[in-house]
Write a protein that binds this ligand. Structure first.
Ligand SMILES: Cc1ncc(C[n+]2csc(CCOP(=O)(O)OP(=O)(O)O)c2C)c(N)n1
Ligand code: SF4
Length: 277
């Protein structure tokens, strides 16, 4: 039997756990979960060789819904945990996932430095421009004029632009996807996982409960007008005219990923001996 006739070993279902997601009906995160599992099946990565790491938020529940190794950590610290894991276990495929509150507010500093460090992992942000889990507070990506009970008249604060920040800080792969396009999102996630270094995928994922108007995103998203580039200056120019709704790969760079200087691992016994009082 040649390779073409062999059946794929893993299907998307093999990456799903038995836990039923508790997201609200219609939440974009359901299709992001499907896209992640589809991407893993495309890459035929054994589930026990993948780790999904998150912080706190509705979106950050995602590790529990996969059959991979998982870590549901503390709010805003997912990238710290994921970076440490990848440096200690370079053999694992590490996917860090969460929301815009988790990643750009409390975790904003970690986001900057994860881009700069360029450790070989994939960071997926399910961006709904709101804190869903804590009932609808504005996040860094919330539009300044979003009028709601918690911020009447809007925050009037300029929105954070994750892709601009990622490019400036040194991320090696930058893309935007839309949860309403599960196949396109899966293909982008698979490309991000394959790409060496720190890969960032910003996924527009509606919160239908606190931002019901985001159901209209499906009419607003469109393919990016220009092809992906490995030239950071070109990518920066493209971002100048970004309307926030074009999807596709913006930048695929060629920076060498970070690896620890010493290949040899220090064992626990040696560490304990060094720190003994
Ligand atoms: C240290 C800390 N501060 C605040 C919180 C409360 N908190 C939990 S989730 C969350 C925001 C969630 O928003 P986001 O990350 O955008 O995820 P979503 O729920 O929208 O998917 C906040 C502020 C917390 N759990 N821990
Ligand atoms: S509150 Fe919003 S983000 Fe959270 S599960 Fe419901 S729809 Fe999704």
């Amino acid at each position: 039997m040649n390779d073409m006739t062999q059946q794929a070993e893993f299907t998307a279902a093999d990456y799903k756990s038995d836990y039923k997601p508790v997201w609200c009906p219609g939440c974009g995160d359901y299709t992001v979960l499907n896209s992640v599992t589809k991407a893993l099946a495309t890459l035929q990565l054994p589930p026990h060789e993948v780790a999904v790491i998150s912080g706190i938020g509705c979106s950050s529940r995602i590790p529990a819904y996969t059959a991979c190794y998982g870590f549901h950590g503390v709010h805003g610290r997912a990238l710290a945990a994921g970076t440490g894991l990848k440096v200690a276990r370079p053999d694992l495929t590490v996917i860090v996932a969460g929301g815009d509150g988790d990643g750009y507010s409390i975790g904003g500093n970690h986001f900057l430095h994860a881009c700069r460090r360029n450790v070989d992992l994939t960071y997926i942000v399910m961006d709904n421009h709101v804190y869903g889990m804590t009932k609808g507070q504005p996040s860094p990506t919330t539009e300044p004029d979003w009028d709601n009970k918690l911020s009447p008249g809007g925050t009037r604060i300029r929105s954070f632009h994750p892709m601009v920040i990622a490019l400036a800080a040194g991320a090696n792969f930058i893309a935007r996807a839309f949860s309403g396009d599960p196949n396109g999102t899966a293909a982008t996630i698979a490309q991000a996982i394959r790409h060496p270094g720190f890969s960032f995928v910003e996924i527009l994922s509606p919160c239908v409960t606190f931002r019901p108007e985001q159901r209209g995103w499906k009419e607003m998203v469109h393919a990016a007008p220009v092809a992906e580039t490995g030239d950071a200056a070109r990518a920066a120019r493209r971002l100048m005219s970004d309307d926030g709704f074009n999807v596709g790969v913006l930048y695929a760079g060629s920076r060498t990923p970070y690896t620890p200087a010493t290949a040899e691992r220090v064992g626990l016994e040696q560490l304990e001996a060094e720190f003994a009082l």
